[in-house]
Design a protein. Structure first.
Length: 416
């Protein structure tokens, strides 16, 4: 299998500062692997994923496929971003399980009545199943969506059959969703207590909806386990050192993707890095941008604007599909492929932005496979955790998230 590659287009002084952090990064990685930190159950989890649990996920996914042609995945943040990223990214036939699989739809990640009403209208006459993902079951966005779609299931199938079409991923022992799942007999899977939501895509949180959409999750786990190879571990550590050095002088990190299949992965990366590192007045704001599209709207700022940012470019080297243009009336593009043009954008913007002294990290993804996705996820998770520790923040908590929830609940209570 081809491996992920990471290249740096930065000045030598920055790389020297990053190299000076290497010893501290080794210590940070050792802390992760020693298991003394809270919420580090994701470390090396892919390589030791319980076979019985993996087989049960695959069996349940096949059961879901036998019942429905549309699958509603309900969750917010880490409860849905990883699965959505995987389903957008993976498009190779050799990464898919044989058979006919349901189309996946996502709900409960916003509070738009328009979005959910349109989704209801679209799905009302489809054969449906629901996967609801929530550790507590009390978060407003997924709770509201679950109430809506559970109501639709009961309306279509009756309560008993509706309960057979609901699958839950939640806490092992406590919480509103856990209690409801036990009471109604929903097929349930556990989000391990030592894995936080944004690091959970390689747990049942991500694996169940990904498998239910027909992706070969064993290949994905194999890619993540393969990222434990010394070369990729070294990549992740160096990536962390460079990012930690850049965080001392830049306040924005742009995740530039060149193919729409990577858009949702960039969204997952925004949460991973923003929620892990944005604490105590530290961290760079992660922002996803699409190249070449956004070069026609933000390109002027990138080139000549205030240099508050560095770039992490996400480029798929061998996309699954391509078009070679054959048109004698368009001699300037005839005989050339979209992949060639996209590569030209990567190289052109690299040259132009380096000339403007913008630091660039290039993440070169071999292909749109399940294996490559697993590898990419784990390298980013490891990089993020090490970067946070190098910055002196806890990369596994999110105290600031509770502030908006408190204000929202106070308003709802007063309004009621």
């Amino acid at each position: 299998m081809e491996k992920l590659r990471i290249e740096y287009e930065t000045d030598s002084a920055l790389m020297a500062r990053a190299k000076a952090l290497s010893g501290a990064a080794d210590d940070a990685a050792a802390r992760l692997y020693e298991g003394g930190l809270d919420f580090t159950g994701w470390v090396n989890y892919a390589a030791r994923f319980p076979e019985a649990e993996l087989s049960r996920i695959e069996k349940t996914a096949a059961e879901i496929a036998g019942k429905c042609d549309a699958l509603v995945v309900i969750g917010i943040g880490g409860s849905y971003l990883g699965a959505r990223a995987a389903l957008s990214f993976i498009d190779r036939e050799d990464s898919k399980s044989p058979g006919v699989w349901p189309e996946a739809f996502f709900a409960g990640f916003n509070l738009s009545g328009t979005y959910h009403q349109r989704l209801l209208r679209e799905l009302r006459n489809r054969e449906l199943c629901v996967i609801v993902i929530s550790k507590s079951g009390g978060t407003l966005e997924p709770s509201a969506a679950f109430a809506v779609f559970k109501g639709l299931l009961i309306e279509k199938y009756g309560r008993e059959e509706a309960c057979r079409r609901i699958y839950a991923v939640t806490d092992a022992k406590s919480g509103k969703l856990k209690a409801e799942a036990d009471q109604n007999g929903y097929e349930s899977f556990v989000l391990p207590s030592d894995i936080g939501g944004r690091y959970s895509v390689l747990s049942p949180v991500g694996l169940l909806p990904i498998a239910a959409a027909g992706i070969d999750i064993r290949q994905m786990l194999a890619g993540a386990a393969g990222a434990e190879a010394p070369e990729l571990r070294a990549f992740a550590k160096e990536f962390a050192c460079v990012r930690a050095a850049l965080e001392q002088e830049k306040v924005v990190e742009t995740f530039a993707y060149f193919d729409p299949s990577v858009e949702d992965f960039a969204g997952w990366a925004q949460q991973l890095f923003g929620e892990s590192e944005g604490k105590d007045g530290r961290g760079a704001l992660p922002v996803a941008v699409s190249f070449s599209r956004d070069l026609h709207s933000l390109g002027q700022f990138f080139q000549d604007g205030r240099q508050i940012f560095y770039e992490t470019m996400l480029f798929v080297e061998n996309p699954t599909l391509d078009i070679t243009i054959q048109n004698e009336d368009a001699a300037d593009v005839s005989g050339r492929s979209y992949s060639e043009f996209n590569r030209a954008v990567l190289e052109g913007v690299t040259r132009a932005h380096r000339a403007a002294q913008i630091p660039i990290i290039r993440v070169l993804i071999p292909q749109n496979s399940a294996y490559a996705f697993g590898q990419l996820v784990y390298v980013f998770e490891l990089c993020c955790a090490v970067t946070g520790l190098l910055m002196g923040v806890n990369p596994f908590d999110q105290p600031g998230v509770e502030a908006y929830k408190k204000g929202m609940l106070e308003y709802l209570a007063a309004a009621k």
